[in-house]
Every structure is written in C-alpha cells, then in structure tokens.
Design a protein around this ligand. Structure first.
Ligand SMILES: Nc1nc2c(ncn2[C@@H]2O[C@H](COP(=O)(O)OP(=O)(O)O)[C@@H](O)[C@H]2O)c(=O)[nH]1
Ligand SMILES: [Mg+2]
Ligand SMILES: [Zn+2]
Length: 310
C-alpha cells in the first residue's frame, strides 16, 4: 500500500491513505538514501508499506521527494541535516501589515530559499483589519511587487468573519507551510483555519526516554479545505547549505530572466560594467528594495555566511 506520512515520533510513523491511517514502523534493513540526514522518513514523504495482521504497517520504501525543508541538527547529531518536511507545495511567507510591519529583507530571503529548493511560494499579508491610509501605500506597493514577480499574494485577517477567504482556495490541495517572524499571526491563522478538534489531537509533545528533553514532533494537519498544513516547530531556523555568489541571482526570477544580457556571463550585478540589472535598477524598472536584499545576500554569500535551506 502507498500513503503519506502525517506524523513521526522517530520510531512510529502515522501514514494516511484512502483506506485510513496506519501506524507503521520502518523495516530494519531500510536503506538510508541520504545518510547525511538524521531522519530517513519525514512528514510529507510518500511511502510504500506492508500491512501486518494487527493492521499496523511496515514501511518498505520511500518514494522520491520533490523537495524538502531542512535545518541543522542540534545536540549529539550536530551539523547533520535534519529534514523537517518533504514534498512542500507552497511555503507561505507570513507578514503583518502592521505590528510588526512588513520586512522585505525577510521575505526575499525566504523567497530565495524557496527558489533554491524548488518549493512554490506565496505571501500572506495578515492583520488586514489594521490597514489604514498610512500603511496602505507601502503595503500595496509590496503586494504589487511580489504579485508581478509571480508569487501569490493574499490578504488575511484572523479578527474578522471570513478573514481567510482569499487564502482558503489555495489550501484545497497540497502541503503548505507558514514561515514568518514571531507576532505576525501564524498561530492565529492556524487556529482560524483548523477546527478545534484537529489542533487538539495534533500538537503532540513527548519526552525522550531519558526524560530530559521535551521534543515537539512535526506533523501534517488535514485542513477542512482538503490540503495539509505542516505544523513544524523548527521552521524558523531553516538553513543548511551555501549559495555561491555567482549563483545567487538565479534565485531572483527578475534577474534570472535577464541572464545573458549583462556583459559578463557570470555577472554578479554589483561592480561589473555594462550590467543590465543595474541599468534597470537605475531606470527604476526593477525594484530597488529587491536589489538591496540581493546585495545584502550577496555580501553574506561572499563571506560564506549565506545559509539557505536545501
Ligand atoms: N489586529 C489583528 N491582530 C492579529 C491578527 N492575527 C493575529 N493577531 C494578533 O497578533 C498577535 C500575535 O499573534 P500570533 O498568532 O501569536 O503570532 P505568531 O507569533 O506568528 O504565531 C496576537 O496578539 C494576535 O491576537 C489579525 O489578523 N489582526
Ligand atoms: Mg505562534
Ligand atoms: Zn549584471
């Protein structure tokens, strides 16, 4: 049988398929395809399993992943890759239009990560109920900027009836994650989208055998709309591998589109002469805010400090 992993405790995996949910273990000889990772099977993985007489299962195979979000493992396995969720269809960058205000540097970093990982991306501007004249000009500027680049942009409010209406159609299929700084309303959005019971049966925390640490396990929660949301504690610390300075502009779609129009094929669009990107920045056909984010990331990449997920 084939199914999707909804929850993992490290030894048991909850696998969903059209016939139900099955508690599975991994076959002892299960070969790790990626030995660098601390965890062979993660939420979002599609797996093949055999059914035991007692209706528990044994996972025998993991199907190829489209992508994965990872962070660096801590503790005993320090430095190794710890995969948080696989097969993500859309990473939603959550921002609030006020308190805290929009942070384009944050948005651009996560967008670069999403481009790098081949994960779809969208932006949620939450707290739409706080929109006023002072905020409107800036907020609408960024909404148009990102929508023109091809990213989904939706406005939400968790404080008004029907405040997630524009987001909901996007949640009918696929695996979604919310990424955003603290205070923008991620938990409020989850609470609004997911009925009480689903959240209560979710949010599992379990002590390790030694009883010293408390670990909260990641899981996929089924949304009433039909898709899944990854409720993943570690997502803010994503970041693992390095992007080369010459490679960075490949993850800015508007710069990628200009590839070959600069004088030098490996142009980094900062100091080089006859740079098409810089020309379009100067003529204001490309956004200065994105370029500032680009230069910040470029300088981090040059000092070996740009860390985006893989
Ligand atoms: N005005 C307004 N406040 C919101 C909205 N969503 C969340 N908040 C408030 O913002 C604060 C942070 O929300 P929370 O969900 O904890 O954010 P998180 O840190 O991203 O999980 C709380 O005081 C919420 O009540 C919204 O749509 N409008
Ligand atoms: Mg929260
Ligand atoms: Zn250039």
């Amino acid at each position: 049988m084939e199914g999707i992993v909804l929850r993992s405790t490290g030894s048991w995996y909850e696998v969903l398929n059209p016939e139900g949910t099955f508690s599975c273990t991994i076959r002892g000889k299960f070969r790790l395809a990626e030995e660098e990772a601390t965890n062979p099977i993660v939420i979002g993985d599609r797996v093949v399993f055999d059914l035991n007489e007692d209706k528990s299962g044994i996972i025998t195979q993991r199907l190829d992943r489209n992508n994965k979000l990872s962070r660096r493992a801590a503790g005993r396995k320090q430095g190794k890759e710890h995969i948080i969720v696989a097969n993500v269809d859309k990473a939603w960058i959550v921002q609030s239009i006020r308190n805290p205000r929009i942070n384009p540097g944050f948005i651009d970093r996560v967008l670069v990560m999403a481009e790098y990982l081949h994960v779809g991306a969208g932006i949620i501007f939450n707290k739409a109920d706080l929109m006023d004249e002072a905020a409107e000009e800036v907020v609408m500027y960024f909404a148009k900027l990102y929508a023109d680049l091809g990213y989904e942009v939706v406005f939400t409010s968790t404080k008004v009836e029907g405040g997630t209406r524009d987001l909901e159609p996007w949640l009918e299929t696929g695996i979604h994650v919310f990424i955003g700084p603290s205070g923008v309303g991620k938990s409020s959005l989850l609470n609004k989208l997911i009925p009480d019971t689903a959240l209560k049966t979710g949010a599992v925390s379990e002590s390790t055998q030694k009883g010293k640490h408390t670990t909260t396990y990641a899981e996929l929660i089924r949304l009433p709309q039909g898709g899944f949301i990854g409720d993943t504690p570690g997502l803010r610390e994503f970041g693992l591998y390095f992007v080369e300075p010459e490679e960075l502009s490949h993850y800015f779609p508007e710069y990628r589109d200009l590839m070959g129009e600069c004088r030098f094929p490996n142009c980094t669009h900062d100091h080089e002469p006859n740079c098409r990107v810089k020309e379009l920045i100067e003529s204001e056909e490309l956004a200065i805010e994105r370029y500032e984010s680009y230069l910040n990331m470029l300088s981090a990449a040059r000092s070996g400090k740009l860390d985006v997920g893989r």
